[in-house]
Design a protein around this ligand. Sequence first.
Ligand code: GLY
Length: 334
Amino acid sequence: MTDRRQFLKWSALGTAALATGCGTAPPPEVENVVQPTKTLPLKGPVVLSTWDHGLAANAKAWDVLKAGGSVLDAVESGVAVVESDMSNRSVGLGGMPDRDGVVTLDACIQDHEGRAGAVAFLEQIEHPISVARAIMERTPHVMLVGEGAQHWALENGFTKRSVPMDAAVRKQWEDWKKEQRYWPAPNVENHDTIGLIAVDGNGHMAGSCTTSGMAFKVHGRVGDSPIIGGGLFVDGDVGAACATGTGELVIRIAGSHTVVELMRNGVEPEEACRQAVQRILAKNPGLKDTQVGFLALRKDGAHGACSVVKGFTYALHTSEGNSLHEATFLSATP
Ligand code: GLY
């Protein structure tokens, strides 16, 4: 990917490119812009997911597809690997606790037909992504939250799992309580949410997104990850997108839906991600020290990524292998 990146110094060309992207003046904080690139369509399945932990998720999703599983099975099983990794501090029950010391989980899933399931503010269930899928398949609803979601999950075959707080995490929580500052530093430990979007060899798409959310969030806070159109959006006729980073910024622009709608209107995947990032920057003048990243996958396998600041990595699995890439970014200031 690195050779596809071209950073232009803030210039008349850069200004024009950004202004065209969203129809508003670019924020002065943006110091670099990315020259949009065109990604060629890829033959066969493509699996795309956020951050370094995406490599393990992609590998599992790929195995499911190779074994003849559906793309929905693949996106669920892929992110479930990361949910089960108790050393991961942004996904699953090993994630960072909220302000009250409780780990609460958010997830959603969407299929080729646009069917969707989501769960938010869920405690003590190892695989929120599977709860989200079960809600989609076994209820007339899209989203369950909190105690009600846990109650429904337990009634429907899921079991409780209690994971004691790691000593190092407890220390971070105790330290955080002294200042109580709610602004996550970008790219902490190189992850925040796993979003995974995929297309199979028949052009069928699905996506999944799961997280323990912002560290030390207010008890009850829900981020973008379980919000259909926020952390994830799939339209089987067009493509799919997912998001990572500060969820509030993503929700406010319906981030993943925005990326898919841009692709629907003919915008290339990477450019669609770039325009969504630009919209966040334009609506949050002075935005600093925070990260949001988008991934986009078009139905024909063309894909792209873009983030607010440097450091957003993503994993791409094609028939040529599973590899890690760094997204293009719009703001030079991490
Ligand atoms: N993107 C994860 C969250 O904000 O909760």
